[in-house]
Structure formats: C-alpha cells, structure tokens
Design a protein around this ligand. Structure first.
Ligand code: SF4
Length: 353
C-alpha cells in the first residue's frame, strides 16, 4: 500500500486519465482514487477503466461527507444548477489528502485545465481550492502546471516540470492528441455526468435539501428513483417499474409510509417526511398512487370502490380513495428549484434558509 509517489483524483474523464498517465510516463507510481456518491461517480466501471487506461484505481465512497457539505451550505455557492463545484473539489482534495499516508504518497494530482470551466477552473478559483483544501505545497496539476507556480514535488525534482503541460481553455484538441500518443482509444465523452449539474436532477434533489430536516445519503438515493411529488414537507415517490420497487425495498426505513393499491396491479410508493403525516396528506397520496394503476382507474369508472394499502411502522390500514391525478402532491419543477437556489446564491448560506 505504501509504495505510491502520488494520489490522483480520478473522475473517469479524459483529463483525469491524462493527468495520471503524464506522471506515470515520468516513472512516478500513481494511485487513482475514484470518489463516488448518489450524484456522481461510477464505481462499477473501475475494473474496466483499469484495463483500458492502464491505471491503478480504487473507488472511494464520498457520499456521507458530500451530503454533509451540502447540508452546511457550500461556502463557495452553487453553479448553474445544484452543483457546488468549488466546495466539491475542496472536499475531494481533502479526502484524497487523508489517504496519502496510507499509500505513502508525497503529492496529489488533479486533471484540472486552466480556464476550462467558468466556475471551478479559473486561476483565482484554482488557488482558492488549493488554499482551502490545504494542499498548497502538494497539489500538482500536470495538464496546466507550466502556467502555474511550481509546486514542492517539482522543485524537489520528484516531478520533471519540463515534461508537464501548459493547457488552457475549453478545447480538447491537445488532450485528444495526447490520448492518441498514449494509445488511448476509448475516449470518455466530455461532461462527466454529475447529476447535480442537470436541471432534471436538481428538480429531484433540491426539495430534499430544502424541505427535509438533516437529509442523509438514503434520502438523496430515494430522490433519484421513480416519480417525485411534494405536498409541503410531505414527500411521495412512486415507482415506475419493477426495478424501482426493488430499490425502494432497499431504502425503506422506520417512519416511512408504504403505499400499494389493494386488489389491482400498481406501483409501490414510499412516503417520507420530517414530521408526522396528516390524515389529509395520507389520503391525497393514496389517491395519487391509485391513479397510477390503470386497472384500478377502470374499476373506479365502473363504480367499484378502490382502496390503497397504507403501511406505517408495521401497521397496515386500508384507505378508500378515488384514484386522482389532481391532488395536493405536485411534481417539483426546475423553475421553482432555480428560484430558490438563486435566492441562496450568496455563498455559505444554509440550504434550509
Ligand atoms: S460537476 Fe459535480 S462532481 Fe464535478 S466538481 Fe461539480 S459538483 Fe463535483
């Protein structure tokens, strides 16, 4: 474990591959850490990446510290959606730094390129990340190192600065040429796939952060499954297919309410809230759940009574309701999430403001 020169933050993107490979070309031994959470990362791809990119990669679960950072309110604010990129990078650097002793590493590596991203890769922001993660002397950015001040490993001769690069801006031409030189034929698509940068996912995750008291990793995993509905602080998620139902079985916990239409095929739904459910909220949720059972809807039209099995804390009750789509539960919109996020633009403000 202790025979690595450096630890690289490995996202799976081309820049992170090239940053590690550049240093390996100099004979440095690099351990790549792939951080993942409900929002980003693909730990299931690590084995494949190791084979196609010739890297030594370990997946590290960053879910809990990442959610803690979100809850506190990212000190450097959010990006265009719910992405706290600067705080995310500071956090990842800190987590990587904490692994240095374990791997015997003397420096950290990241694949940032000066000017590539508007928020997190400006020169001043790169300096803020280095400072706030307390990695000023040990963080090497091989792709743009020649545009930055020399770091300790370069000055000490552990890394040959003349063989590092001076990449700048958003183009990928030079990266693609370098990939070809290294014999890399499987080029990852740009973008990285962080869910927090997408409107569709912000719509799902933002209500959890803003309406649930002290949300945890399980909450954000639940927000990523099925259809999402909110009625004040009452949260209802309705499965779309069998696969969703299996995930619910994994995520359900004490205090949750389980809904399933009785006597007809239909989806499973989970209700969750930081406060006890009102009778009105349960009935509204049950009506909505029943509306997603086509057979129950048809039976209701023919005059049959429809009940939903509602299970909470080990007790099941049958709640008779008309199947209805128009209820107090609404799907959160990107626009409402965006407006609330804009109100929070001031860095460091808590998300429960
Ligand atoms: S895009 Fe997502 S994973 Fe990447 S730095 Fe931003 S918050 Fe972190």
């Amino acid at each position: 474990m202790k025979n690595y020169d450096g630890i690289a933050l490995f996202s799976g993107g081309l820049d992170s591959i090239l940053a590690a490979r550049l240093l390996m070309e100099q004979g440095r031994t690099i351990k790549c850490l792939h951080f993942y959470s409900p929002f980003f990362g693909h730990p299931g791809r690590v084995e494949h990446w190791q084979q196609v990119y010739g890297l030594d990669i370990t997946a590290v679960d960053a879910s809990a510290p990442f959610v803690d950072m979100l809850k506190k309110g990212p000190a450097h604010g959010f990006g265009s959606a719910m992405n706290p990129c600067v705080d995310c990078k500071i956090l990842m650097m800190g987590l990587a730094k904490a692994h240095m002793e374990e791997y015997g590493a003397k420096f950290l590596v990241s694949g940032e390129v000066l000017g590539q991203r508007p928020m997190s890769q400006r020169r001043d922001t790169l300096n803020v990340i280095r400072r706030d993660a307390d990695v000023r002397d040990i963080l090497v950015r091989p792709l743009c190192a020649q545009l930055l001040d020399p770091t300790a490993p370069e000055e000490e001769g552990l890394i040959d600065r003349s063989r590092l690069l001076a990449l700048n801006g958003r183009g990928r031409k030079e990266q693609l040429a370098l990939a070809e030189k290294f014999g890399i034929t499987e080029i990852p698509t740009p973008g990285g796939g962080c869910k927090l940068t997408e409107k569709e996912n912000t719509r799902r995750f933002w209500p959890v952060l803003s309406r649930i008291d002290s949300p945890d990793v399980n909450d954000f995993r639940l927000a990523d499954v099925g259809r999402q509905f909110w009625h004040d602080e009452f949260w209802l998620t309705i499965g779309r297919h069998k696969f969703d139902n299996e995930i619910y079985a994994d995520l359900i916990r004490g205090g949750d309410i389980h809904f399933k239409v009785a006597g007809f095929p239909g989806p499973i739904a989970l209700g969750r809230s930081s406060r006890p459910w009102s009778e009105e909220a349960v009935r509204e949720a049950a009506s909505l759940v029943a509306s997603y059972s086509p057979k129950a809807c048809r039976a209701a039209e023919e005059g049959q009574r429809i009940s939903v099995r509602v299970t909470a804390n080990g007790q099941t009750n049958l709640v008779e309701v008309p199947p209805r789509r128009e209820t107090a539960f609404l799907e959160p919109t990107w626009e409402s999430a965006r407006d609330e996020l804009h109100a929070l633009r001031k860095p460091g403000k808590s998300c429960k403001a």
